[in-house]
Design a protein around this ligand. Structure first.
Ligand code: LMR
Length: 396
């Protein structure tokens, strides 16, 4: 039967990372997949993670299955990160968190829950959005619709168009929002814009699904959650898919969370029972190691302090690279205005490079970026910045 299969296309992001690994060019530069790299081009294991792992290795007594929803001690610290330590949602028992295999796992469980338990038909995503959002939601049987987001120049937000589109979304539909560090553009909403979006969600009784993969990579752990908190302070129900791939550097451990906020504790309990059924017929129960690391670090005051310092270091380095990239581009291509890069937040920016320029960068210069022009700022460092900017200047 397999002989009838044609080759499937490579994944838009991970396929490129694979091509990068195979490239023998010693000067190749990888700005594809969203992985943090330090100034030496290495993806470090955080010190707080190593310390927690050492403790876990000594203390662990079994490898039995976790519950369908994950480690019992995982949910509370995750919700404190999302909503803030003193948020009333935490004590009102109207939310729950399940441990998921990465943020992507959380998105798929959320999508299965929406489709099979709430009979949701559609989800609305920004144009553009993360290349895998559509795949995940369509695989769950949802129809994926788009609302406008980026402006014509591809460097800023077209907020009027976004709001106008959201006002046309059918009542009770699901809307996906990026909490911060919008992937792929790096363009985020202001506090005032979050309020306006929240008002539309409330008026139209939309269900927000907030994707929160980069907490701490924009302006700070709390600052990055401000938009999400505006939403949950106002509307009674929400789903949040968060990830510790980036801010704990736990990419390979596949550790994320799906948090559901309901109007009442009873509704939350009922929703949890359905979410668990969605997990059971998918991956049964989550892997343990990443969740154990995150729970240990978040609950240990010294490790948590260390983690916050390490997240700040990653954030500061990325923001410094934004400035260095803009300055170096100005030297090599004075006509290319890279000032927008400095204003954007998170790992990614839209460079404005066309697919033809992107291909030329890869084929002629060994510079790998996603075909829609998304660049991973965290892949830049003081050593590769000049050859990178020279290459971009050549293809512009
Ligand atoms: C990315 O956008 O590069 C990351 O979220 C990794 C992925 O799975 O695509």
């Amino acid at each position: 039967m397999f002989e009838s299969l044609q080759m499937a296309p490579p994944d838009a992001i991970l396929g490129l990372a694979e091509a990068f690994r195979k490239d023998t060019n010693p000067n190749k530069i990888n700005l594809t997949v969203g992985i943090y790299k330090d100034a030496d081009g290495k993806t470090p294991i955080l010190e707080c993670v190593k310390a927690a792992e050492r403790q876990l290795l000594d203390a662990e007594t079994n490898k039995a299955y976790l519950g369908i929803d994950g480690l019992p001690e995982y949910g509370a610290p995750v919700r404190e990160l999302l909503f803030g330590a003193d948020h009333p949602i935490n004590s009102a028992q109207r939310s729950f968190t399940i441990q998921t295999p990465g943020g992507t796992g959380g998105l798929r469980v959320a999508a299965d829950f929406l489709k099979t338990r709430l009979a949701a038909a559609r989800i609305w995503v920004s144009t553009p959005t993360w290349a895998n959002h559509g795949n995940v939601f369509r695989a769950a049987g949802l129809d994926v619709k788009q609302y406008k987001y980026i402006d014509a120049a591809g460097t800023g937000l077209d907020f009027d168009a976004m709001l106008a589109d959201l006002k046309q979304v059918p009542q009770r539909d699901v809307v996906l929002l990026h909490a911060c560090c919008h992937n792929p553009t790096g363009v985020d909403l202001s506090a005032e814009q979050w309020q306006q979006v929240t008002q539309v969600i409330q008026e139209r009784e939309l269900l927000p699904l907030v994707d929160f993969a980069y907490q701490g990579f924009g302006d700070g752990l709390d600052a990055d959650a401000a938009g999400l908190r505006t939403v949950v302070d106002t509307v009674p129900e929400a789903l949040i898919c968060s990830s510790f791939s980036k801010n704990f550097g736990l990419y390979a451990e596949r550790i994320g969370a799906l948090t559901v906020v309901a109007a009442t504790p009873d509704a939350a309990q009922a929703a949890l029972s359905h979410v668990k059924l969605c997990v059971r017929c998918n991956y049964s129960n989550p892997p343990k190691h990443g969740g154990a690391i995150v729970a240990s670090v978040l609950q240990d005051p010294a490790l948590r302090n260390q983690w916050e310092t390490e997240v700040a270091e990653m954030r500061d380095r990325i923001n410094a690279m934004r400035q260095l990239f803009a300055d170096t581009m100005r030297e090599h291509a004075p006509d290319y205005d890279a000032s927008f890069i400095v204003k954007q937040r998170g790992m990614f920016s839209y460079s404005g490079l066309t697919p033809i320029q992107v291909d030329e960068l890869k084929n002629q210069h060994g510079v790998y970026i996603v075909r829609d022009g998304r660049i991973n700022i965290a892949g830049m460092n003081p050593t590769n910045i000049t050859p990178l900017c020279q290459a971009i200047a050549t293809v512009l």
